[in-house]
Design a protein around this ligand. Structure first.
Ligand SMILES: [Fe+2]
Length: 466
């Protein structure tokens, strides 16, 4: 930051003030290169004195006069003005930096407010860091409480390999010191030089929550880059803001996980009533999730489908053992009783606010695509999409599991039945996705043995599931 002497002298009243201080002595003011900026009218050609003008310990010019006292007074006065100007500029620069920092923080805060998953939080931070700081590789490392070690959470990777071992070491160091660091000459740093090959400069900041380091953020530069204290200040500010959001997202995930496990355990306990359906809920859940993933559903929607799949038969709690556990074919009257489990499922879930949104997926899972299902005879898109997914998963598991009154089908036969029922009992798009998923995965050890799915609209096989 420099003070411009010419501009300083051009300020209104400055020259008049200098004249009054000069006590009618002539003088000249020169810039640092000796170029005259102001010369009083009657300056004598014999200049006897030249005084240096300094601002922030740098020469910005010189005052010449045939009076040493006048030159000294003027030089000290201009140095004072220059000091004020320098402080004004420093304040303006600091204010600007602060403004940038605040608007960056406000922007990040706004973005973090709408993300709930730890990975999304980490990626939001990476995007902000990429815009703000020079980096050709950014890694966010976080402590995994289950595995008791630090793990990569998110990477902006322009390097072929992340630096796993180096980060373990560096985060341990961050944990001890709780402060970020700039290492502009990494090769010369004995602590880390062996662990970060091909990196010239590194900047780190700890993720701190409740006075504990839960991880660290690493900014790497392959080429030499001189990170500044302002860079570190910005990094620390952004990282510290993200740490809280990250921990909140982790707690939210933990809470959600606990909730899902609790619901799942409850349903598994209910399933114990019927020894023939052991593991059915888990398999329907797994098939449904895989269908959702094959169809590129969002993480949130996949989770909803998963929960609806876990709870799809919750209404069977209201069906008496005599009917539910009957090991011979059901009479029409008994089948009518069994059908009520979809309505009972709706009634049970309607009492729980946090599960109410799952009702359509549960209630509609026995509706048929052609409108001949129950409880409401909905057809095609009238049937909730989650229910159409669960219907395929439910029927496939029913067909490939032993029942008291029949043996399980071969996988190939079950797949063929799904295809033949596409457009009748099932949504063809979901059957297609399910077949594709089976062909692509190791599900039940059937990797790659199924041909590409082709749906059919003729043939009328029995309904699967109950
Ligand atoms: Fe059911």
């Amino acid at each position: 930051m420099k003070v411009n002497l010419k501009r300083l002298l051009a300020n209104e009243g400055t020259i008049d003030l200098i004249h009054s201080l000069a006590d009618n002595k002539d003088f000249a003011i020169l810039d640092a290169k000796g170029k005259p900026l102001y010369v009083s009218n009657n300056l004598s050609p014999e200049i006897i004195s030249g005084m240096v003008i300094k601002a922030n310990q740098t020469e910005i010019g010189r005052v010449c006069s045939n009076s040493g006292k006048a030159a000294d007074t003027i030089a000290r006065f201009i140095a004072y003005l220059a000091k004020l100007e320098y402080e004004k500029k420093a304040l303006a620069s600091e204010t600007l930096e602060k403004y940038k920092e605040i608007s960056l923080m406000a922007g990040l805060n706004e973005k973090l407010a709408s993300v709930l998953h730890p990975l999304d939080v980490a990626n939001t931070l990476i995007r902000e860091l990429e815009k703000t700081l020079w980096a050709d590789h950014i890694q966010i490392v976080i402590y995994n409480y289950d595995k008791e070690r630090y793990e990569n959470l998110a990477i902006m990777n322009k390097h072929p390999q992340p630096f796993q071992e180096g980060e373990q070491l560096a985060v341990k160091w961050l944990s001890l010191n709780m402060v970020g660091e700039i290492i502009n000459d990494l090769a010369g740093d004995e602590r880390f030089s062996d662990y970060f090959p091909q990196v010239s400069s590194l900047m780190t900041a700890p993720l701190i929550v409740n006075n504990s380091v839960i991880g660290g953020v690493f900014i790497f530069s392959r080429q030499f880059h001189s990170y500044t204290s302002m860079d570190l200040k910005l990094l620390n500010a952004l990282v510290s803001q993200t740490a809280t959001a990250l921990e909140a997202a982790r707690l939210y995930e933990l809470l959600k996980d606990t909730f899902i496990r609790t619901v799942f355990t409850l349903v598994e306990t209910l399933e114990k009533r019927d020894p023939y359906t052991g593991g059915h809920t888990k398999r329907v859940m797994e098939y449904s999730v895989k269908i959702a993933q094959t169809l590129n559903f969002s993480k949130d929607e996949t989770e909803e489908i998963m929960l609806a799949a876990v709870l799809h038969d919750i209404g069977k709690i209201g069906i008496c053992d005599k009917v539910l556990l009957k090991n011979t074919k059901l009479t029409d009257e008994e089948f009518t009783i069994i059908k009520n489990h979809t309505i009972y499922g709706e009634e049970i879930l309607s009492n729980i606010n946090s599960l109410r949104h799952l009702i359509p997926g549960v209630k509609d899972h026995h509706e048929r695509f052609d409108g001949t299902g129950y409880p409401n005879g909905k057809k095609a898109e009238e049937i909730h999409f989650h229910a159409r997914v669960i219907a395929v998963a439910d029927a496939f598991d029913a067909m490939t599991s032993d029942r008291p009154y029949r043996k399980k089908m071969a996988l190939e036969t079950a797949i063929e039945e799904l295809k033949l029922n596409a457009g009748r009992q099932f949504d063809p798009e979901i059957v297609e996705a399910f077949c594709q998923m089976l062909a692509d995965s190791n599900l039940n050890g059937v990797n790659g043995q199924f041909p590409p799915c082709r749906t059919s609209t003729h043939h009328s096989p029995p309904q699967y599931g109950c």
